[in-house]
Design a protein around this ligand. Structure first.
Ligand SMILES: *Cc1c(COP(=O)(O)O)cnc(C)c1O
Length: 368
């Protein structure tokens, strides 16, 4: 018997992480597949972004601009922000990780909500800190539950607003109340990945609150309505002291040159975004109505996806619907890992897919 050879071991916490499992992409044996499981836009990116991406192919031997100046300038122009308060990342996923690795460590707690985005928990744990999960109320973030969970160890609070996979939102007055009640040394992270889709007077993505507070950060993405998920582009808006800290930790060339070029062009083409938002609003309404007419419960959504709850009846559960839809080429997202055992999340797709899912669920529910 020889003792096992010592081997490198990850830091405490790393092996506690349940790795992120993306939604499925394939339906074996089905000729035509519609992937409606990742909240990607059916409209693609602005043609101007594709053009800029192609033009960047001529200089692939050069390092990108490590400050992503052109991209930060384009974002600043669109939202009337000082580019000094903007940082870009390799998807907002990278930025969420950076925030955790910069502000949390062993012994610290990060608050997340029951149905919140799984990346928060993963990155809090990866930083050696402890995620503390608080309940939501009817698929909505509950500000009082968050406040009740704050301890002297709390370093950060992560909220997806709007939420994924719920599609609900927290009104700006509630976000303000949360900020005002949190100790000023606790970082409040507002993940506004779906902000562009929201058409509500009482919603604010975080621009105003970040501008007036020293402990709030808003993250955004090019992966959803901007149609650039493949490029991995996100950005955050934060007070200067936070940008300064994150800038020390991030990779010096974390955004690619084609990403900077395509992102800046996409940001400048706001006409394209408005059309995409209108297309989405129309289908969110139609899908919600159609599914409710079939007797399914749909959580009211302000995003580009709907959370569909299935009856707790043999043969009619979410897992059955998932199989039924997959066999017909419609891939939705199972959301058990988000705390929904009997629901599926469907992204708004092209018209043909949306109508196809309505038809298929009509058959599934025996309303054909
Ligand atoms: C899709 C999504 C993001 C975007 O992540 P990227 O890394 O920018 O692609 C962030 N937060 C939530 C809640 C999302 O659903």
């Amino acid at each position: 018997m020889t003792a096992p050879k010592p081997q490198p071991t990850p830091r405490p916490g790393v092996l506690d992480i349940a790795a992120y499992v993306p939604g499925k992409e394939h339906a074996p044996g089905v000729a035509r597949v519609f992937k409606l499981s990742a909240n990607e836009t059916p409209l693609g990116p602005s043609p101007k972004a594709i053009e800029a991406f192609k033009a960047a192919a001529g200089q692939l031997e050069r390092y990108p601009d490590g400050q992503a100046t052109a991209l930060r300038a384009a974002i600043g122009t669109t939202f009337r922000l000082n580019p000094a308060n903007i940082m870009c990342g390799n998807g907002s996923d990278e930025l969420l990780g950076l925030l955790c690795h910069t502000y949390l460590g062993p012994g610290d707690e990060g608050i997340v909500t029951e149905h919140g985005f799984l990346v928060y928990k993963i990155q809090i744990t990866a930083a050696g800190a402890t995620p503390v999960t608080v309940k939501e109320k009817d698929c909505r973030v509950d500000v009082d539950a968050i406040l009740a969970a704050v301890t002297p160890k709390t370093k950060a609070v992560f909220i997806a607003n709007p939420g994924n996979p719920t599609g609900t939102y927290v009104p700006v007055a509630e976000i303000r109340r949360l900020q005002a009640s949190l100790p000023p040394q606790v970082l409040l992270v507002l993940d506004a990945a779906y902000a562009e889709y929201v058409r509500r007077n009482d919603y604010e993505a975080g621009l105003e609150i970040v501008s007036s507070c020293q402990n709030v950060v808003m993250t955004r993405t090019f992966s959803k309505v901007y149609g650039l998920a493949a490029l991995r582009l996100g950005w955050l808006y934060a007070p200067e002291h936070i940008i300064d800290a994150l800038d020390r930790v991030r990779g010096p060339f974390n955004i690619s040159a084609p990403g900077i070029a395509a992102g800046a062009a996409a940001m400048a083409d706001q006409g394209f975004i408005e059309q995409a938002v209108s297309f989405n609003a129309e289908w969110i309404g139609k899908l919600t109505q159609a599914f409710e007419a079939l007797g399914l419960e749909v959580t009211p959504s302000v995003t580009n996806f709907v959370l569909i709850h299935f009856p707790d009846v043999e043969g009619k559960r979410a897992a059955d619907a998932d199989d039924f839809l997959t066999a017909r080429g419609y891939i939705l997202r199972a959301v058990r890992s988000y705390g929904f055992n009997n629901a599926l999340r469907m992204s708004v797709g092209p018209e043909e897919a949306n109508l196809g899912v309505i038809e298929a669920l009509r058959e599934f529910m025996g309303r054909g």
